[in-house]
Design a binder for this molecule. Structure first.
Ligand SMILES: NC(=O)c1ccc[n+]([C@@H]2O[C@H](COP(=O)([O-])OP(=O)(O)OC[C@H]3O[C@@H](n4cnc5c(N)ncnc54)[C@H](OP(=O)(O)O)[C@@H]3O)[C@@H](O)[C@H]2O)c1
Length: 307
């Protein structure tokens, strides 16, 4: 099968198309014919590893100390089930699915096997595709939306509470705004000028422009401040919380649950959640797509179509 591989850490140009062996599903695995995948911040970081070794040492030990152990990146995808192992009960050939591949990556390819049920972070999560999304849209949901949902759960966000989402225009941020609204919270988004209307359109009650507004002068106080890009200045982290409020950064940890993707499917089908797609590239254009995402300014998600 066709896949994008990389054999050393480095710039986008280390990625190249190659022929690799098509996987065969084991007892409890589902084989998916992939129609779309994405370029996430996690793909960029795992490809480049341009930070001092000690900073990401646990990840580097896992992914490969001197060169990548896993040749194929890609954290999420949507496609059709092509075959299932004998022990699989929830999926059958032909089912449209979407999935988070977990630390195993491997979605920059025509096929990927996933456990029907495993440990969400390590083995990934697979679910039936929301009926109202295309494959391209569905592929852009798992990583960002699962992360946003996990952090809002960690914060125990309740209806009526006030939440500020810092970095509301990225993948995690656009999902966090919508999921917080779906929970009934009052949502303030912080993004740059070009994204104010988009973040408002996702349901934010109020938006601030971090390039123009003095965020330290905001008079509201929040039950939760969620930094969805890990770049909130300390005036936001510390100055805008209620006395009982909580600050969470996307760089902290948050647990995924096996049923999270099914719940997102239901929220999407109820019309309360949708992916923001910035650009779409083909698998052959993967280098270009990585160059774009590496700049750090994508709006929502960047999709890769797999023929
Ligand atoms: N803990 C986890 O399990 C987990 C899971 C997923 C992702 N992450 C991490 O979460 C972070 C965000 O991921 P993502 O995919 O959502 O990122 P992303 O989509 O690549 O974020 C890009 C967005 O961030 C905005 N941005 C950049 N600098 C900003 C700043 N100083 N202030 C406010 N907004 C800014 C950009 O808008 P403008 O520049 O145009 O303003 C752009 O819209 C990444 O570091 C990723 O590795 C963690």
């Amino acid at each position: 099968m066709k896949a994008v591989i990389y054999e050393r850490y480095g710039p986008p140009e280390v990625l190249r198309l190659a022929e690799v062996e098509k996987p065969v599903p084991r007892e409890n695995e589902v084989l998916v014919r992939i129609h779309a995948t994405t370029v996430t911040a996690g793909d960029i970081r795992s490809r480049a590893f341009d930070v001092p070794l000690w900073q990401w040492l646990p990840a580097r030990l896992y992914l490969g100390l001197t060169k990548p152990k896993r040749a194929v990146l890609g954290l999420e995808m949507a496609g059709d089930v092509e075959a299932v192992g004998a022990g699989v009960t929830r999926f059958k050939p032909g089912d449209p699915v979407f999935a988070f591949a977990g630390f195993g990556f491997g979605c920059y390819a025509e096929y990927r096997c996933l456990l029907e049920s495993g440990k969400p972070t390590d083995d990934g999560i697979i679910a039936h595709k929301p009926a109202n999304l295309t494959y391209e849209e569905a592929a852009a949901v798992p990583t960002g939306a699962l992360t946003a949902a996990a952090f809002l759960r960690k914060a125990n966000l309740q209806g009526g509470q006030q939440v500020l989402i810092y970095g509301a225009s990225g993948s995690v941020g656009t999902y966090a705004v919508q999921l917080a609204k779906a929970l009934g919270a009052e949502v303030t988004g912080v993004c740059s000028s070009a994204n104010l209307d988009m973040v408002r359109s996702l349901g934010a009650d109020q938006v601030f422009d971090y390039t123009r507004d003095d965020l330290a002068a905001i008079t509201d106080r929040y039950d939760l401040i969620f930094d969805a890009v890990g770049k909130a200045p300390s005036s936001v982290k510390k100055g805008l919380l209620k006395p009982t409020g909580r600050f969470l950064s996307v760089h902290d940890s948050a647990d995924l649950q096996p049923d999270d993707l099914n719940q997102l499917k239901a929220t999407i089908e109820a019309g309360k959640l949708r992916p923001v797609i910035d650009r779409t590239y083909s698998l052959e254009q993967i280098v270009e797509a990585h160059r774009y995402v590496e700049q750090g300014h994508k709006r929502g998600n960047v999709v890769i179509t797999v023929e």
